[in-house]
Design a protein around this ligand. Structure first.
Ligand code: GAR
Length: 205
């Protein structure tokens, strides 16, 4: 059984896709043992409660400095003992010690086809704004392992999504979520739960 902790900051639609995937068995041998949000107002926390998953808010604002926040965050992870940490719209810079401790056991979903439209400053709607400003015709989403860089870790799965005439950042974001993110994030977790390395089974999604 793969025990996962999902880290979130906002709406939590990717968290929901994971919860639903476990429920409908598109993700096997996996359970969500905890959800951690840095934001007390995150709707993702409500989704966790509704699914009877233990949810925790650890917010940088309630600590004196970044070091104290990092310690509290790492302590919670130590307590939960996850096999895999899933960053599902988690907009916090990870403590370096966390990357070291959980190397190869942290994955992230990014709303573009890496290496396009990724790195520092590219998150959430900003990614889709940049895609539209550049005028590319195809975008998508990527699930990758997390290393010390921003969006630089090994790629596990990607899925392309068409950019359409008249798209707004919001419309495009929704299409990327529906057609790519909510498909490849559950599929990547299922791959890991079956011990399939990133290079194999590209048709798994
Ligand atoms: C998702 O689109 C995710 O790909 C993005 O934040 C959104 C969270 O939505 N993540 C990043 O931009 C990370 N660089 P959700 O809370 O509804 O899952």
């Amino acid at each position: 059984m793969l025990n996962i902790v999902v880290c979130v900051s906002g709406g939590g639609t990717n968290l929901q896709a994971i919860i639903d995937g476990i429920e409908n068995k598109t993700i096997e041998n996996t359970r969500v043992i905890g959800v951690i949000s840095n934001n007390a107002g995150a709707y993702a926390l409500k989704r966790a409660e509704a699914a009877n998953v233990p949810a925790f808010c650890i917010s940088p604002g309630s600590f004196g400095n970044r070091g104290e926040f990092n310690r509290a965050f790492l302590e919670k992870l130590r307590e939960l003992k996850p096999d895999l940490i899933v960053l599902a719209g988690f907009l916090v810079i990870l403590p370096p010690e966390m990357i070291e401790t959980y190397r190869g056991r942290i994955i992230n979903i990014h709303p573009s086809l890496i290496p396009s439209f990724c790195g520092t400053g590219f998150y959430g709607l900003k990614v889709h704004e940049a895609v539209l400003a550049r005028g590319v015709k195809v975008t998508g989403a990527t699930v990758h392992y997390v290393d010390e860089g921003t969006d630089t870790g090994e790629i596990i799965l990607q899925k392309a999504v068409e950019v359409k005439e008249g798209d707004t950042p919001e419309i495009l974001q929704r299409r990327v979520m529906e057609e790519a993110e909510w498909v490849i994030l559950p599929a990547a977790i299922n791959k890991i739960a079956h011990n399939i390395p990133p290079g194999d089974g590209h048709d798994f999604a």
